[in-house]
Structures are given as structure tokens and as C-alpha cells.
Ligand binder design. Structure first.
Ligand code: SIN
Length: 528
């Protein structure tokens, strides 16, 4: 049994969770919860790489400035500066662990590893492992975690809620094992590394994205959530209605790929002087507009002019996947469509990952650190995972043991809500969000979403109180309430900014924009 006065519980085994576990395990006992579903989590699917100032021709101020521009006036500059400054050290640490980043074959290269370019970056600063960076980093970290004597890795449990105490602190998590039995994991400090909320939408860039479970679990303990309205849609997911979701990395445009309309013309240069390398919100909106204009279900991404050798060398994973789906990207353009990819908001934290609830921390996509503002710049997300997991570890290494305030009681019910019904209702939530709260949202659509989600919640709420806990039910109930908070955040922002584009509101209406902040208790007043 873990010693709960010292134990750190980390929920989520993507890059943020793995880094944190490795960074504190020498000082404190750690339990790392990595449900097997996480094997498909977002970190693993990140293709492009990690943005950091590594070349002697680049500089920290330029990375800060590019991030602020992409964030469209809403970044927290202190968070941006902090993250960017951690970059070179964090990459050196990954290299020391053996992450196989791609070397630069050019003997004249000013930095030994190849640096690619992506949207919004004014310099080559993305270090990568071919076009499967997330997988390479996760696999390396995971090997170290598996061999670490002080990390208890639990792949048999899924967290469904957090445990609070009467002093308002977080004291661990309630989980279900593979047989559906309740298991309580007490801890002195609890860290959410559970990923974002792209799963609130129908079409996503990874096969089984999180639905914001961690955000809502934190909100249940009273934590503040911020900037939920800024959901990023990656411009280029493979259009493949019969296949699994598959990302076509932004690095493809970074290395010279062109977006083409239905008639085969490049359309981005007319939209923005940065063309295909404009920030993601601009490119995704332009593709959406082009699809509306043409009535087609996708646009094209063309790399044929790069040549087959360069394509195979830079993008072996993308080349192979497309070939397996019948598309030879060296000889034909790739059909692409925007899809939900990344949540720029999340559980509000400080620069050490501390949330507004004592002894509860959040790192990675689940967190709202202020780094991304209204739109995340490409490849800043893995950098954020590294920077904040390591600063959170520094804080936790010095944390005092927990005191022993009584835990707040919890009484699960016994009536069954069938898994198939949970899945159907979650699909309904996703449909509502995709139809009304996607790349372009109007006041009328947001009002419709608010009403339909409130009706669903009203139908479900009386059953929740008496229900037997299940992973499917917890997921649905977390997703439904997070969707409502997302709509509330979108309705309250009376301007178009970054990823929040509402034609009924003026662009950049607010001269001194503030992050949006919500609490779960706000939902009660929405019902009034
Ligand atoms: C990509 O390779 O385009 C995804 C990486 C990211 O979202 O930063």
C-alpha cells in the first residue's frame, strides 16, 4: 500500500506524465496511472516535433515573439518566456536519455540535428525524429519509467474522479479496475496529465482522444478552468472517411507543401502573406472557407514538387500510411481536411503546474498555462509538456508531507446506465459541438448548443446520482459538462480572436483581452 502522506499520483502516461515521474522518482514515491487507452494518447501521435531555440542562428526573443503573434494577443508573456527559456535544456535532457532525434546530414550544418519549420515560426527550430517524434519520445521515456525501481506503473486502472478532503485539498483519485471495481488511490499530491478535450468533437486527428476528463475532474474539486473556447483544429488531417484518423504533419508545409483548391490552384498566398506557413487558425479557416466555396469535402496538399527521395526521407511514416490507404503522395496530391487537434485552454495553473486547488497539479494539454493564448503555435505543445513537467517536479520535490484532514465521503449508486447508451449520448454531444462550436461559430449555433446540451444534462443528471460508476458513464458525464462550459466560454467572448471565430462579433473587439475563466458552479447559474 502506498504511503499516502508522501505519494505522488500522476494520472496519464503521455510525455508530460512520463517526464514528471522520471524527474521526481528519486525523491518521492510515484504511482503513474497509464490506462492502456493512453497507448493511443495524443503525445504518441505528435508527428512534427519540439520547438526550441537550438540553432546558433536563432534566438529566444524570436521564439517568444512568434509565439505571441500566433496566440493573437492573449498569451501570458511570462508563461511564454518561461517555456521558451526552458527549451534548450529540456532538449539536452531528452538527448541524454537517448531520444533518437534525426541528425542533420549536411556537414556544414550549424546544429547537429535537423531542424524543420512549421507555421508561425520565423526560423527553423523544430527538432524531430523523422515524422514520428511523439512516438520516439514516448517510447524512450517509457523504457526509463519501466526500469525505474521507484515508479509504480499501473496500466489496469482508469481514474473516474478525484478525492477531496474537508480542508479543500486534493488527496488522490478514485479509479475503476478492468473488472469495474472501485479502487481508491490516496496521495499527498496528485498531478493530472490526462490530455485535452478534442474528443468533444466528431472528427479528430488521433484515434481515441481524451474528452477533457481531467479538466472536469479538477473542476469537480472546484478548480478554475480557462480559455476553453480556444479549440485548435489542425488544418491537415488525411481525408479518409473509411480509414482511421491520420494527421499530415505541419512539417509537410514547413518543407514546402502547397495547399490546392478543387481546381488545383494554390489559395493560401491570397489569404495571408505567410501563405501555407501562417498560424494554424488562419490556415484552418481558409481551408474551411474554400470547402464552403467549392462544396467539396476536402482540399489538396501537394508535395510532388519536393521529389520522391526527399518525401521518403523526411516523411517516411506519412508516405507509408498514405500508401497503405492507396495514395502515392510522391505522384498525387493528398486529400486533407481540418480536424479537432488540441485544446489551448484547460485547468488554470501557475508556472509550476499548481492549480487553484491545493495539492492538485496539471501538466501538458490538460493545463491552461497561458502559453498558447488564443491559438497554439505548432510544436510548442511538446515543449510545454517538458518545461512544465520539469518545473512541477522541482516544486513537488520540495513539497511538505500531506496533513490528514478527513476525506469527503462519496456514495456511488447501484443502477446501471448501459455502455451502449453512454456511447450514443457521447456521440450526440460530439455532434452538437461539431455542428455549432467548430472552426466558425455563430451566436445562433452557440445558443442551440447551449440549449441542447442543457437538455441532455437535465435528462441525465437524475440518473447519475444513483448510477453504478463505469468508465463509459464517467467519460460521458465529464464530456457533457465540459462541453457546456466550453459553450459558455465561447458565448461570453464577444470578439473574434485566434481560434474563436464568430462572425457575429468584431475581430479583436477587446483592446485589452483577458482569458476566459469558468468554474463548474457556473453551470448551476446557466440553468437558472
Ligand atoms: C504536426 O506535426 O503538425 C502536429 C504537431 C503539433 O501539433 O504541434
Amino acid at each position: 500500500m502506498p504511503d499516502s502522506t508522501h505519494e505522488t499520483l500522476i494520472i496519464g502516461g503521455g510525455i508530460a506524465g512520463l517526464v514528471l515521474a522520471l524527474e521526481i522518482a528519486e525523491q518521492r514515491p510515484v504511482t503513474l496511472l497509464q490506462p492502456s487507452r493512453d497507448a493511443l494518447g495524443a503525445s504518441r501521435w505528435a508527428q512534427g516535433g519540439i520547438a526550441a531555440v537550438l540553432s546558433p542562428d536563432d534566438d529566444l526573443e524570436a521564439h517568444v515573439a512568434d509565439t505571441l503573434v500566433a496566440g493573437d494577443g492573449l498569451c501570458d508573456e511570462a508563461a511564454v518566456r518561461f517555456t521558451v527559456e526552458q527549451g534548450p535544456d529540456a532538449i539536452a535532457w531528452l538527448l541524454s536519455l537517448g531520444v533518437p532525434f534525426t541528425p542533420d546530414p549536411d556537414p556544414e550544418a550549424r546544429y547537429p540535428y535537423h531542424l524543420t519549420r512549421e507555421g508561425g515560426h520565423g526560423a527553423r527550430r523544430i527538432i524531430h525524429a523523422d515524422d514520428a517524434t511523439g512516438r520516439a519520445v514516448v517510447e524512450t521515456l517509457r523504457q526509463h519509467v519501466e526500469h525505474h525501481p521507484h515508479i509504480r506503473l499501473r496500466t489496469d486502472l482508469t481514474a473516474i474522479g478525484l478525492i477531496g478532503d474537508t480542508a479543500g485539498q486534493c488527496r488522490g483519485a478514485r479509479c475503476l479496475d478492468e473488472q469495474g471495481r472501485l479502487v481508491e488511490l490516496p496521495a499527498a499530491d496528485t498531478v493530472l496529465a490526462t490530455g485535452g478535450a478534442s474528443g468533444l468533437f466528431r472528427h479528430t486527428t488521433s484515434p481515441d482522444p481524451a474528452c477533457g476528463e481531467g479538466m472536469l475532474m479538477a473542476a469537480e474539486l472546484g478548480a478554475e478552468l480557462m480559455n476553453l473556447e480556444f479549440q485548435q483544429f489542425h488544418p491537415t488531417c488525411l481525408f479518409d472517411p473509411d480509414g482511421p484518423p491520420f494527421l499530415i504533419s505541419e512539417a509537410v508545409r514547413g518543407e514546402g507543401g502547397h495547399l490546392l483548391d478543387a481546381e488545383g490552384h494554390r489559395f493560401m498566398p491570397e489569404v495571408d502573406p505567410r501563405a501555407e506557413l501562417a498560424p494554424r487558425d488562419v490556415v484552418a479557416r481558409a481551408i474551411d472557407a474554400e470547402m464552403q466555396r467549392s462544396g467539396r469535402e476536402h482540399v489538396w496538399l501537394d508535395v510532388r514538387h519536393l521529389g520522391e527521395d526527399a518525401i521518403r526521407q523526411h516523411f517516411p511514416t506519412i508516405h507509408a500510411h498514405c500508401a497503405s490507404r492507396g495514395i502515392d503522395i510522391a505522384h498525387e496530391p493528398i486529400p486533407v481536411v481540418p480536424a479537432a487537434h488540441y485544446s489551448c485552454g484547460g485547468v488554470s495553473t501557475d508556472l509550476e503546474g499548481a492549480t487553484t486547488v491545493p495539492r492538485l497539479y496539471a501538466v501538458g494539454e490538460v493545463a491552461g498555462t497561458g502559453l498558447h493564448g488564443a491559438n497554439r503555435m505548432a510544436s510548442n505543445s511538446l515543449l510545454e509538456c517538458l518545461a512544465f513537467a520539469r518545473s512541477c517536479a522541482r516544486r513537488l520535490r520540495q513539497a511538505a508531507p500531506a496533513d490528514s484532514a478527513p476525506l469527503t465521503p462519496w456514495h456511488p449508486g447501484t443502477s446501471l446506465v448501459p455502455e451502449t447508451e453512454c456511447r450514443t449520448l457521447l456521440a450526440e454531444v460530439r455532434g452538437i459541438m461539431s455542428e455549432n462550436v467548430a472552426i466558425v461559430r455563430h451566436d445562433a449555433g452557440l445558443a442551440t448548443a447551449e440549449r441542447r446540451l442543457a437538455e441532455l444534462a437535465e435528462r441525465l443528471a437524475p440518473r447519475i446520482a444513483g448510477a453504478t460508476p463505469s468508465v463509459a458513464l464517467a467519460r460521458l458525464w465529464h464530456a457533457l459538462r465540459l462541453a457546456r462550459l466550453t459553450v459558455a466560454s465561447a458565448r461570453s467572448r464577444r470578439e473574434s480572436r485566434g481560434l474563436h471565430f464568430n462572425p457575429d462579433c468584431p475581430p479583436h473587439g477587446d483592446p485589452a483581452p483577458q482569458p476566459s475563466r469558468v468554474h463548474l458552479s457556473d453551470l448551476v447559474s446557466l440553468n437558472d
